[in-house]
Design a protein around this ligand. Sequence first.
Ligand code: SF4
Ligand code: MG
Length: 325
Amino acid sequence: MAKVKTQKLKKFRTIEKAPAYEGYVPGHRTCQGCGPALCYRLVAKAAGPETIFVGPTGCMYVANTSYTCGPFAVPWTHAQITNGGAIGSGIEAAYQVLIRKGKYDGPLPNVIVMAGDGGTVDIGLQAMSAMMYRNHDALFVCYDNESYANTGIQTSPTTPYGAATTFTPPGPMVPEGKKLYPKDACQLVIGGHPAVKYVATASVAYPVDLMNKVIKALNYKGPTFLNIHCPCPKGWKFDADKLVQVGKMAIETGMWTLYEWEGGEYTYQREPEEILGVNEYLKLQGRFSHLTQEHIANQQAFIDAKLKAPGIAVELPTASSEPEM
Ligand code: SF4
Ligand code: MG
């Protein structure tokens, strides 16, 4: 077998030390303040030029590629929303065959599937799961904007309880909008895929943490998974300049947590001493503006239980202590 150079990407401490390289450049048509577009830029920056992206259908395919143009400075291919994991697996396996036959001497590219939540834990679940299961040396990133955004903001399995979407409009029969609680992508991957080396959550509001997690994931040999919180101003109904504020408030209220899982152990990157009530997050977004005190208490109870599960030692707000919307 040919000896192939493997990439060793370097972590960094501050945004000033981030790579100057840009792999996701101007020329796309995403909305102003788009969380997934910022996510793409940060992932591409961290991964560097020796990278291949697979883009299953979603906003980051539809709004990024039009009339044979795209903002990718590295090889990128579209996949169906069902099969991002299969295409990523195939590309990685093809490189392994070329290496085995002595027809490629590297460096081995980073193979990254960039899928939305629908392409990860709903329509794309089987292919993502297969890629994680079969020990491919590749990274699967879920840019989680909690909806099927490119087709008009329909509900997905990661849409939070109580969110208004075009498929879950609040009304007399279902006043809270979405009645179901969201799927947990990372727990699905951790719980069911023994070959997986590294799983982490991240947020576009914390870019240094996000990029270092990309670097760490890519430096592993084997399947790795990142779930990245990507607020969507259009679908979540907030002003474009509030992207970072909404992202940070998700962490402050426990609606999103930042953690890594490796070797069976969890570490938390931000374990606040005090968690704010979920309403501080909900009230920033029009998709929750119809919620009553009862619905907010339901949301609080769900988040309290979720935070207690991995054992974060923090005083939680009570479900009934919410301020008025
Ligand atoms: Fe980005 Fe949301 Fe607009 Fe899609 S709908 S391009 S995810 S802001
Ligand atoms: Mg989505």
